[in-house]
Design a protein around this ligand. Structure first.
Ligand code: ADP
Ligand code: MG
Length: 828
């Protein structure tokens, strides 16, 4: 992944941007000579320094070909710059090949766009270093200005790149697109007014407070619809609290589809109420409970409320449940609908609020027995929507270019920028490109502050996006879907919409689930655009064509329940005593095939018996807030007397792929450290266990993590998770046993949960599972990727350029027969 990142970065620094052109143009007019001198001097110094450093670090013949090429380029540039001689020919050497961003023809299938992008990522491993080129381009330009024998007017910018947008429409305050000609942006005064710091009374919901409270009093179930940012999430629970709904000890629970949103909103509300987070106002997300006895306003993920049904099937401790962000239609929210609807019938005193940011609330109303809809009139300013003229192959780069374009050409301090990307990796890439380019532009350009926000962003960094932008600077927020409706960031005037998001896809045939980068829906696109017009007229730049918007995007995103693995939810519903899943009151039914697949897996894992009833093993499994295969692995570790090791492994697997750390400048050391944990080709599960245990042996030392290129933050999370799993073991009466020297026992426990993921090596080096054949390759980051054992078991299958198995361990086929005789039999 690191290497990919490198390539992404190299690829992206390649092109100059429109405002860099403008910058140089400006400088040329102002103080050309002075600038040139400094610039040249600086560049030469920098490059010399570069060369020295690299020459010092590497022996040239040990460099890869592309590194050698880079060094050569840099040397040549230094020579050219110092000699100040440019012939046409020389200048041409540095021109990069034809622009290949734009495809011929109008409509390009979005999927193809994506595959082309990944193709390019690959190709550019071979392309010469972009940085040298970039450096040169700048020097190239400045030298041209400076040479006396050239007429400056002759100068032609050699920058390629510039993204052309066409203005398509203006979205009016109802979110309806109207023709550009018919509507003009509103006056300046509204912009100014909106800039005033919004306090609670300024929010669109405030004038409707009394009416809303009345409606809640009059109706048990209420659907609430209001534009993002109108105050639904932060205000409604407070209004209800003030109106006395928590007086008799009942809590107000508010669900969020995303953990970051639950945390941030709770933090905001506790701030508004001037109480400490975790006291009256708290949040609860998986593996993190920040509530106390005192808590009356509880924000939580929808998944957490689902789990609360296990302890409290009638939600007796709640007086109000607000299912927020209902339009997102996550799996947990959809299942919650069915459950809370049932509880509400049995408990007339429970108030149920379903809130949504989209206007099509009739469906919710129909589902909840024609519940009334309370609309909070929006306050949205007109938004100019721009589409690209031609499809764009590389949306990360295009987004960066567009942001810089806006930053350089729009008045200082007139509003912040919000870019929608698909995930952490992309966000980090974009962030580093922006920083790099801004640095390259020197001090002549106003400050641009980058603020990333995504699900795994450390808590202490999350608050940054809400901090007001300093005078004279501009903020660019790099966000995933989370900023679409869950979090409102004030002060956004420009939205850059890449048109993609990550979505979960499930193949019921093979039972594999993958996260794919896929085009968003029209509804999403409009929500994203809407983020720019909240406090004044906004602008939205879509990095796709108007044609693509019209023809390639679906109207709405398919609800998650129809495209995901249901094993988890089926186990939960079974343990809630719901027998007939096929007739459960789903708002949109999941595919029968997926339901059956989930039942089949749970049966294979021993969680359900032949009649579909929950077994003792299943009861235990349901206690763990983990995927059924992981829970089964833990439950099985009791038998193999290695529960201590298995919960460490489960905790380490739960922090994902962010355990090892490989800084660009110390890759060798990092690789050595990594090797230490993989000695003997023990496989990735055992390697993770070794990491955990070694860390524990140093008494959880931070220093040890640094020395071993292990990410401290991930380890701390893992430790936290492990503690909780240990607590669960105790509750379930599973003894904490350790058999650190019996790795076979550990592996057998793993297989007890993951035997459906057992795969056998094929002639071509790929692997294939036994039942429901699924092929995959060992991920390059695995300790076994060079070893290729005959039989392996994998933790997960991810689809990137190929189908990759992540976290792989070798196994003996006899174990399969021993551990899962109902699933595997020996062939004679
Ligand atoms: P809705 O749920 O209707 O989308 P919210 O209640 O989330 O609206 O947000 C209302 C307003 O509260 C936002 O416009 C913003 O000004 C402010 N706000 C919400 N969360 C935060 C936060 N974490 N930090 C600062 N301001 C916030
Ligand atoms: Mg909200």
């Amino acid at each position: 992944a690191d290497e990919d990142d490198n390539n992404v970065q190299r690829r992206a620094v390649k092109r100059r941007t429109e405002e860099e052109k403008a910058m140089i143009e400006n400088l040329r007019k102002k103080s050309r000579q002075e600038y040139l001198k400094k610039r040249e001097q600086k560049k030469v110094e920098e490059i010399k320094c570069d060369i020295e450093e690299e020459g010092h670090l590497f022996e040239v013949d040990k460099l890869t070909e592309s590194e050698q090429r880079e060094l050569r380029y840099k040397k040549e540039i230094v020579d050219l710059v110092t000699k100040k001689q440019w012939s046409e020919e020389e200048a041409d050497v540095y021109r990069i090949p034809e622009e290949y961003d734009n495809f011929e023809g109008g409509s390009v299938n979005q999927k193809k766009r994506f595959s082309v992008t990944t193709q390019r990522y690959k190709d550019e491993r071979e392309i010469h270093p972009q940085q040298a080129w970039e450096q040169n381009q700048l020097d190239n330009a400045t030298l041209h200005f400076g040479s006396k024998d050239r007429k400056t007017t002759d100068y032609q910018f050699v920058f390629e790149n510039q993204i052309d947008f066409l203005k398509a429409a203006v979205m009016d305050s109802d979110g309806v697109s109207v023709n550009v000609d018919k509507q003009q942006p509103t006056s300046e005064s509204s912009v100014k007014k909106s800039k005033l710091n919004e306090d609670r009374k300024d929010l669109p919901i405030y004038p409707y407070k009394d009416a809303l409270l009345q409606a809640v009093q009059d109706h048990q179930v209420l659907i609430i619809v209001g534009e993002t940012g109108s105050g639904k999430t932060t205000q409604i629970p407070q209004y209800l609290h003030e109106a006395g709904y928590t007086k008799n000890g009942g809590k107000i629970g508010c669900t969020q589809p995303r953990r970051v949103a639950a945390m941030r909103v709770a933090a905001r509300v506790s701030h508004e109420m001037r109480v400490k987070l975790g006291h009256q106002v708290g949040y609860s997300i998986r593996f993190e409970d920040c509530t106390s006895e005192k808590t009356v306003l509880k924000y939580m993920t929808d998944g957490m409320l689902l789990r609360e049904f296990l302890r409290e099937p009638d939600l007796a401790s709640y007086s109000v449940i607000m299912v927020d962000e209902a339009h997102e239609r996550t799996l947990s929210t959809d299942v919650l609908f069915g459950l809370v609807k049932d509880v509400a019938r049995a408990r007339p005193d429970l108030k149920l609020l379903i809130s949504s940011a989209t206007l099509d609330a009739e469906k919710f109303s129909d589902y909840f027995d024609c519940a009334p809809i309370f609309k909070i009139p929006g306050r949205r300013f007109p938004i100019d929507i721009h589409h690209t003229k031609a499809p764009i192959a590389d949306y990360v780069d295009a987004a960066v270019v567009t942001a810089l374009q806006i930053h350089a050409t729009q008045p200082q301090g007139d509003g912040d920028i919000l870019i929608f990307l698909t995930g952490q990796e992309e966000i980090e890439t974009a962030e580093s490109i922006i920083k790099h380019r801004i640095k390259g532009l020197g001090t002549k350009i106003a400050e641009l502050i980058t603020c990333p926000i995504y699900a795994n962003l450390p808590t202490e960094l999350q608050a940054k996006i809400f901090e007001p932008t300093p005078e004279g600077a501009r903020k660019v927020v790099l966000a995933t879907n989370i900023a679409e409706t869950s979090l409102t960031i004030d002060g956004i005037k420009y939205v850059i919409d890449t048109g993609f998001c990550k979505i979960k896809c499930y193949n019921p045939r093979t039972g594999t689930e993958s996260l794919l980068v896929a085009p968003i829906s029209k509804a999403s696109a409009n929500q994203r655009a809407g983020r720019s017009g909240r406090t004044g007229p906004g602008k939205c730049f879509r990095l796709y064509t108007a044609h693509s918007y019209m023809n390639d995007l679906e109207d709405n995103t398919i609800p998650e329940i129809q495209r995901t693995n249901l094993a988890n939810i089926v186990l939960l519903l079974k343990s809630l005593g719901i027998k007939d899943l096929l007739n459960f009151d789903f708002m949109d039914r999941p595919p029968t095939e997926a339901l059956l697949k989930a039942l089949e897996l749970l049966f294979a894992l021993g969680a359900l018996d032949e009649d579909g009833k929950l077994t003792k093993v299943g009861e235990k499994m349901a206690e763990f807030p983990l995927d059924p295969m992981l829970s089964k692995m833990i439950v099985a570790s009791d038998k193999y007397k290695c529960s201590a090791e298995i919960i460490s492994i489960a905790a380490m697997l739960s922090v994902g792929n962010s355990v090892f750390y490989r800084p660009k400048d110390r890759q060798d050391q990092a690789d050595n450290a990594w090797m230490n944990f993989h000695i003997g080709n023990v496989g990735d599960h055992i390697a993770l266990l070794k990491v955990y245990n070694s860390w524990k042996d140093t008494n959880f030392s931070t220093q040890w993590c640094y020395e071993n290129y292990i990410q401290v933050r991930s380890m701390k999370i893992a430790r936290d998770i492990r503690d909780q799993l240990e607590g669960l073991l105790e509750r379930l009466g599973i003894e904490l046993n350790s058999s650190v020297n019996d790795l076979e026992a550990v592996k057998k426990s793993i297989i007890s949960g993951f035997f459906p993921h057992a795969a056998r090596l094929q002639k071509n080096g790929s692997y294939r599972t036994v039942k429901h054949p699924q092929t995959g390759h060992i991920h390059p980051s695995s300790g076994l990727s060079q070893v290729l054992p005959r039989w392996v078991v994998y933790h997960e299958l991810v689809l990137t350029t190929k189908e990759y198995m992540r976290q792989v361990t070798e196994l003996k086929p006899e174990w399969l027969v021993e551990v899962a005789p109902h699933y595997y039999q020996l062939k004679d």
